[in-house]
Write a protein that binds this ligand. Structure first.
Ligand code: NI
Length: 202
C-alpha cells in the first residue's frame, strides 16, 4: 500500500459525523480514490495516534474504517490495565460496510474510551465484550471475523461512526473527564469504584 498523507481530522459539531455514511460496493474498494483514501486514513490514524479511524472523521461520508492496535500504542499503560481491558494486538484491518452482531456469551464491560473527533475528553462507555463483524476488506472481499476485548470495543466505536453515532451518545455522562484529570484522578480505580466516586450506577 502506498504511503498516504495525513489528513486533517473532523471535530464533533461537523454534521458529517452525524449522518449515516454511504455504503460502498465491492468494486469501489479497487478504485484509485478509495485506495488513496485508505492509505491516507492509515497515515492519519498512525499520526494521531489512534487505534481506529472512520472515513467521516476525515470528512468523507462512506462506510469505511481502519483499525489497528499493538504495543507501539500502549505507551505508559500498565500490564494490569492492558489485561483488564483485554487489550491485545489487532493487526491493521480495513472494514467497509461493517455489520456487527453481538456475542451474548461475552457479556459487557464499562471502560473509559475517547475519540479523535472529541479531543481532550474521555468517558465510560458500556460495550459488548464480543462481536462478530461481517464486512468487505480492502480488496472488496467479504469476511466474517470474531473480536473480543479491546478490539471488539474498537470495532463497535468505528461502526458507530459510520452510523452517525459518537461515543458521547452512549457515555455515562457523570464519568466524563479531561484526559489529564483521568490520568491524575481516575485511572487507578476499577469500574465499581469509579461509579461510587463519580455518582452513577454500574
Ligand atoms: Ni471516534
Amino acid at each position: 500500500m502506498a504511503n498516504g498523507e495525513v489528513l486533517p481530522l473532523v471535530m464533533c459539531g461537523d454534521p458529517v459525523l452525524r449522518r449515516p455514511a454511504e455504503t460502498l460496493g465491492p468494486e469501489d474498494l479497487a478504485t484509485p480514490a478509495i485506495r488513496r483514501l485508505i492509505a491516507q486514513m492509515k497515515a492519519t490514524m498512525e499520526a494521531a495516534p489512534g487505534v481506529g479511524l472512520a472515513a467521516p472523521q476525515v470528512g468523507v461520508p462512506v462506510r469505511l474504517a481502519v483499525v489497528q492496535d499493538g504495543p507501539e500504542r500502549w505507551g505508559q499503560e500498565s500490564t494490569e490495565d492492558l489485561v483488564a481491558r483485554g487489550r491485545v494486538p489487532l493487526p491493521f484491518t480495513v472494514v467497509a460496510n461493517p455489520v456487527l452482531t453481538y456475542l451474548d456469551a461475552g457479556g459487557e464491560a464499562a471502560f473509559y474510551e475517547g475519540c479523535l473527533s472529541v479531543p481532550g475528553l474521555t468517558g465510560v462507555v458500556r460495550r459488548h465484550l464480543g462481536v462478530r463483524v461481517e464486512a468487505l476488506d480492502e480488496h472488496g472481499q467479504m469476511f466474517s471475523r470474531q473480536y473480543t476485548g479491546w478490539p471488539a470495543r474498537i470495532l463497535q466505536h468505528e461502526a458507530d461512526h459510520l452510523a452517525g453515532v459518537l461515543y458521547l451518545d452512549r457515555v455515562e455522562v457523570r464519568s466524563l473527564s479531561t484526559v489529564d484529570n483521568y490520568r491524575d484522578y481516575l485511572a487507578r480505580f476499577n469500574a465499581q469504584e469509579l461509579a461510587e466516586l463519580l455518582g452513577y450506577q454500574v
